[in-house]
Design a protein around this ligand. Structure first.
Ligand code: URP
Ligand code: ZN
Ligand code: ZN
Length: 472
């Protein structure tokens, strides 16, 4: 069989095993995985020598916000720059969130996101559809038919017009159950949050505490109460629930307990919750680190790593990439008052460049998890839970040739000017990380070669998905 590309001599890692093998690629797919030396190349075959390298399925970041209008500005990594950062970090598929306004339809959201992404991305992409009004719930089947089986609701963000209340959440979960779909949920308790913010939102408090108020107004129970309530609605309706960006140890406990009762609840965490703690808000530039939910304590970090070790309590690592430049983050500054208003900081962090490197360095190298668990958390579970496992998340004949090669002997110090994100700062600046991609292939085409991003905008395609766990 003629091969277009042969990745030879590498150590291959899937979610279940690690082995030495060569990988044969024809067109966009893997056609053979065999012992070293068994696959024949021709003079036209591109050879990628992966001797001494780790070879894994391309990672899937199931939670990004590219060019999102949010907090009075637009997130700076768009469908061109976000995917470049993804590829450099070994991510070959990103899943965004298409968010309609309350008077738009789910189809409008899908069409708007199609228009803003077309022809730009070097990696494959998809989106979850956000539900922002109760009348949109009946449009769920129409979205599933178009390969969009995962939906999103936000318990907060009333000012953006995105928020759901309990009735909407309950009704959505009923529909999710009926149509065998999945609801992703931003779980923070809105009324409690409003109260805690209102108490602190005074010039005196803001002058005194600065960006620390972002954390002070979001104690752990803001997330825990919301997760607990959502679990109750999932239990009552049988609708599959997936808690996004879980940041607290309490959240992991609640998910574990609910799962042991048979409640259909899953959770993801993000890289920021695995390495950063709330001491960042005491820095002079602490406001840069504001995201929702905010990073928590060292104890939460340790509990989340344990949850990843278990492989059940937290099934996926993502980034919630929503990047803003220093200039955008400076919107919090009240020039006349001479203080920062914590309620005006654009919320979100860059993360795509560093997702795999953080899990690799802080997880695998630090001894928390194996390379197979890394693949499970960053590739296989995202594919399986988001309806992509017929094509992505594994290295086997018939799968898309989405492949990431990393050099286990390589480590570099994070510097924003050496990353692909358009943010001119990085939350992980100064950290020493391994696990950046030396080669990234998207459906057989190299988009990173020898650590350089070489992909052509428009190579990435929208990928249709199937109901989680369902058949193509
Ligand atoms: O701070 C964040 N996470 N920004 C993006 C919106 C969201 O809540 O995911
Ligand atoms: Zn969120
Ligand atoms: Zn998000």
């Amino acid at each position: 069989m003629k091969l277009d590309t042969l990745i030879t001599n590498g150590r291959v890692h899937t979610a279940t095993r690690s082995f030495d093998a060569d990988i044969g690629i024809r067109g966009e797919q893997i056609v053979a995985v065999a012992q070293h030396g068994q696959l024949r190349s021709t003079s036209r075959t591109r050879i990628i020598d992966a001797k001494g390298m780790d070879v894994m399925p391309g990672a899937i970041d199931v939670h990004v916000h590219l060019a999102l209008p949010f907090c009075g500005t637009v997130s700076c990594d768009d469908f061109e720059h976000g995917p470049r950062a993804a590829a450099a970090g070994g991510v070959t598929t990103v899943i965004d969130f298409a968010i309609p306004s309350k008077d738009e339809s789910l189809q409008d959201a899908h069409d708007n996101w199609t228009a803003k992404s077309e022809g730009k991305s070097i990696v494959d992409y998809a989106w979850h559809i956000a539900i922002t009004d109760r009348k949109q719930i009946r449009q769920i089947p129409q979205m599933i038919e178009q390969g969009l089986p995962t939906f999103k609701e936000f318990m907060i963000y009333e000012s953006e017009g995105w928020n759901s209340d309990d009735a909407m959440l309950y009704a959505t979960l009923e529909a999710i159950r009926k149509h065998d779909a999945m609801l992703l949920l931003h779980a923070e308790s809105p009324r409690l949050l409003d109260l805690l913010i209102e108490r602190r939102h005074t010039p005196a408090q803001m002058k005194r505490h600065g960006a620390r108020l972002h954390a002070m107004t979001r104690p752990n129970q803001v997330e825990a109460e919301a997760i607990q309530r959502a679990i109750r609605w999932s239990e009552a309706t049988g609708g599959q629930l997936y808690i996004v960006h879980m940041s607290t140890g309490e959240g992991a406990d609640l998910v574990r307990d609910a799962q042991s009762r048979g409640v259909p609840v899953l959770a993801e965490t993000c890289t920021q919750y695995l390495v950063l703690d709330d001491s960042v808000f005491a820095r002079d530039d602490g406001h840069l680190f504001a995201c929702c939910p905010q990073v928590k304590t060292r104890a939460d970090i340790a509990r989340l790593w344990r949850a990843l070790q278990s492989g059940r309590e937290v099934s996926v690592v993502s980034t919630d990439t929503c990047s803003f430049t220093r200039e955008q983050k400076a919107m919090w500054w009240d020039k006349e008052g001479g203080y920062g208003d914590f309620t005006k900081i654009p919320m979100g962090l860059p993360g795509l460049d560093t997702m795999v490197p953080i899990v690799y360095t802080q997880g695998v190298r630090a001894g928390w998890i194996s390379m197979n668990r890394l693949v499970e958390l960053c590739c296989w579970n995202p594919a399986r839970l988001m309806g992509l496992d017929h094509r992505k998340g594994d290295i086997a004949p018939g799968m898309d040739a989405d492949i990431t090669v990393i050099d286990p002997s390589h480590t570099r110090t994070v510097r924003p000017d050496r990353l692909q994100s358009r943010a001119d700062w990085n939350p992980y600046e100064g950290m020493k990380l391994g696990g950046f991609a030396t080669h990234t292939l998207v459906r057989g085409t190299p988009v990173v070669e020898n650590g350089r991003v070489t992909g052509t905008p428009g190579h990435g395609r929208f990928v249709e998905r199937w109901s989680p766990g369902g058949q193509p």
